[in-house]
Design a protein around this ligand. Structure first.
Ligand code: SF4
Ligand code: SF4
Length: 400
């Protein structure tokens, strides 16, 4: 089946009932512009493919989809508008139609050249300065996610004052002088960097205390390629994932410990599809924790990560939190979970902000204390100090 057939195979099932719009976070965040909602994306894709001579605007509708997969869980026909968006991005980047996103193209270039979306491979290892790791065939893979957030936050602060067309022109120009991306190392949110570095150190400390033996590849650890996968550069991803896998094999790695849901989902489900013979075990760090905890009496609510609960993955994080305190689930949870907006942070910061504000209010209705289990969620929802990453909250509860 070619790409167009693959997309039509999904869109043809749509009965246009609109149920998916009730859960799609980007629809409300875009003032109900229908092409920024789940049904609109499916209709737009279907129309564009069946009418190849049209000059419809293709691009932002699909790039702005969060890939959260909330839509498929309410669709009576089993249509996943998130997958339609992913495939349409591939259609745009590999074909002549549709507007390619210059920021996405810049990120692609940086990953292929520097193995880091912002050219920050060396900086991504700073959190581990002074920590000693064992030599082991199990390694922690950070996926650079905790480390990237302070930079994206600072860059977005600057972007707020610049017209989007200028941002796109600058991104296009930088793509041809890719070393300039390394200038991003000068722009980061200091407080957030301290928090994110501390979170990674907390994870390492808890794993060690649980008796887990593992190494870390430091500044040699490449970014695993999630943006290539998500932004439609699937052929580049195939090549890049092969490189990443070979790198792990050359270093004798047999098992990886992931610390964020996006990297976990990618290595667990994306890599086996794109890398023939992928034979590395993937385990989420929360599932290796074997610790004793104090009780937290005030209760919490949690932001579940879409890439776990909506992408059909599992982890033990919720069991751990339930053993520590009363967890009040937000109105939208489990298969109806609402995304934090994080995946739009780099390409559509305004949409990301609108989604996160709505989700923050919903969470706060349940409890003052919010625990996130993903660095993107933390970055997007930490509007006050009572929002904590799982690694921070749980580490504070560990009995020494
Ligand atoms: S819920 Fe499913 S069938 Fe209904 S409009 Fe959305 S994608 Fe189409
Ligand atoms: S994956 Fe999420 S953001 Fe994308 S269309 Fe579905 S509900 Fe909307």
């Amino acid at each position: 089946m070619n790409l167009i057939e693959e997309i039509e195979n999904i869109t043809d099932k749509c009965i246009s009932c609109g149920f998916c719009e009730s859960v799609c976070p980007t629809l409300g965040a875009s003032q109900y512009n229908s092409v920024f909602g789940a049904r609109g994306r499916v209709i737009l894709a279907d129309f564009a493919l069946k009418n190849p001579d049209n000059d419809l605007e293709l691009g932002d509708s699909f790039y702005s989809c969060l890939d959260c997969y909330a839509c498929v869980n309410v669709c009576p026909a089993g249509v996943n508008a998130g997958v339609v968006s992913e495939l349409m991005r591939e259609f745009i980047v590999t074909g002549e139609r549709g507007k390619k996103n210059p920021v996405a193209a810049l990120i692609r270039e940086s990953i292929m050249e520097y193995e880091s979306p912002l050219g920050l491979k060396r900086e991504a290892a700073e959190w581990a300065d002074g920590i000693s790791f064992q030599k082991s065939d199990t390694v922690i893979i950070t996926g650079h996610m905790y480390q990237m957030m302070p930079y994206t936050r600072a860059i977005n602060r600057i972007r707020k004052h610049i017209d989007e067309s200028v941002v796109k022109n600058v991104a296009s120009a930088m793509k041809n002088h890719i070393s300039l991306i390394k200038l991003s190392r000068h722009f980061y949110d200091k407080k957030l960097k301290e928090n994110m570095d501390a979170d990674l150190r907390n994870i390492v400390a808890m794993l060690k205390k649980s008796g887990v033996e593992f190494g870390y590849l430091g500044e040699n650890e490449p970014y695993p390629g999630m943006f290539l996968y998500d932004l439609g550069y699937r052929e580049d991803f195939r090549e890049y994932a092969g490189r990443f896998y070979n790198f792990l094999k050359e270093n004798g790695v047999r098992r990886v410990i992931t610390v964020d849901p996006h990297t976990h989902d990618l290595l667990l489900n994306g890599y086996p599809e794109y890398v023939p013979g992928f034979d590395i075990d993937v385990v989420y760090y929360t599932d290796l924790l074997d610790l004793k905890y104090r009780k937290f009496n005030d209760g919490i609510t949690i932001q579940e990560p879409c890439h776990i609960v909506l992408h059909n993955n599992q982890f033990r994080a919720l069991d751990i939190l339930n053993s520590i305190t009363d967890v009040s689930m937000p109105e939208r949870n489990g298969k109806l979970n609402m995304c934090c907006g994080g995946p739009d942070e780099l390409l559509f910061p305004d949409t990301a902000k609108n989604v996160s504000m709505q989700r923050y209010s919903e969470l706060k209705e349940k409890s003052e204390n919010v625990v996130t289990i993903c660095p993107l969620c933390y970055n997007n929802l930490a509007y006050d100090s009572k929002v904590k990453d799982f690694s921070q909250f749980v580490k504070e509860m560990v009995i020494d």
